[in-house]
Design a protein around this ligand. Sequence first.
Ligand code: HSE
Length: 417
Amino acid sequence: MAKLKIGICGWGNVATGLYEQLVNGDEIYADWEICCIGARRDNPKCNPGSTKILRDIFEVVEEDIDVLVELIGGVETAKDLITRALCSGKHVVTANKAVIFEHGEELINLAKKNNVELLFESAVCAGTPAIKMFSNDLTANKISKVAGMLNGTTNFILSNMEEGASYESVLQEAQEKGYAEPDPSLDVNGTDAAHKIGILAALAFNSGLPTPSFYVEGIEDIQSQDFTYANDFHLTVKHLAVAKLNDEGIELRSHPVMLSKDSSLAGLKGVRNGIQFDTNLLGEFHVAGSGAGRESTASGLISDIFALSRSNGSSPMRYPDFSKKPNLLNFDDLVFKYYVYLEVKDEPGVLALISKIFADQSIGFDKVIQKDQLGNGNVPVVIFTDPIVENEMQTALKDLKNNPVILSSKIIRIEDL
Ligand code: HSE
C-alpha cells in the first residue's frame, strides 16, 4: 500500500507536538510519511532530523503530498494557503478555528469542487472529540442546545483563580504551557470560544456559519471576590458559549457565567473543555477532555489524518447545509438571572437608591447582601436578581453608572444548565 504523504505548514508548539507524536508514535503511523515541513524559522525545541524544510510555506503545496496540515494560525495567509492546497488536489487538515469560522463555507465548497477534504477536528476542543462526532455519530439526532466551555486557557485561568491564584500569573503560565493563542487576547476576550461555538452551531443545526454579530464577552473583569460571593450560593464562575435552537431562531453567545457547582461543566478544572448537548434521541449528553495544548491538539489532528487514510474516496465528514442562513436572535431580548456586584459609597440612602433603579425596570431581587467596608472605605453590595430581560438590566446598569454614589458595577449572567 502506498504511504500517505504529509506536509506540515507551521513549526510552532502545535506543529512540533504533531511531529513528535508521529515520529515517536504508534505502528499506525508506519503507513504515513512526513515529506516536508514549511517553517519560516527553526524551532529550538524540536529537531526535524532529515525532514525536508521549506522556508516558503507555500512551496509545501508544490510538493508530492496527499495531505497538507495547516498550523500557521491567523486568518488571511492561512486561507490563501488552504485555498492553494485544495485547488492543487491536496486534502487539508487544520486546527485553525478562526479561518474555519470566517471562511469555512468558501473553503469547504472549494474542497468539494476539487474532490478533496477539509478536516478540522482540533479546531474545537483540540483533541476532545467534537467535530466528527457531531458530523457522524450524532447524525440521527435533532440537537436543540449546545453549551460548551470551549476555551482551555480561560478555564485554566478561572479554575486557578478559584483556588486563589492571580489572573496575570495564571495567564502567563497558560502561555508558557502553550495553551494560549499567540495573541492571548483572543482567548481572554471570548473571541476564540465564539469562533468555536459558531462552528458547532453550523454543525448542530445544519446551517451556514453565523456572522460574528452575536454577543461576546471575555473574562478580563472577573475578580477573585466573584468566586467568593458565588461560592456563598454554591455557584462558580466559568466562561460558556451557548447555541440554542428554538422556533424563532438561534440564540448564540459567548460570555462568563455563574453555574451551579453541581453541574457537570462546573467540575471541569484546568485546561479541560466540556460540552453539554440536548438531543432528541440521546437526551442530555456530555463530552469533556483536554481542550488546548500540543498533545491534545496532536490527538485531534491525527484523528483527521487517520480518517483520511481510511476514507477510500468517501468523505469522513457530513458538512453543514450552508444554503440555510442562521437567523440569530437579538441578545437584548434574552432573559437571564444576574449576579450584580456594586461598589458604593458608605452613605445613608444608597441601598434605597439602588432598589429604586432596579424597581424602575421591574427587576426583582432574589438576594441582596451588603458586605463589610473595603480598605478604601467603600462598601460592596452583591445582588442576585430574578429573571429579567437583558435590555432592562442594561438600562438599570446605565442608571446606576450615572449616579456618583455608585463607584463601580459589574454583572455576570447566571446559567441554569
Ligand atoms: N487557545 C486555545 C484554548 C487553544 O485555550 O482553548 C485551543 O483551541
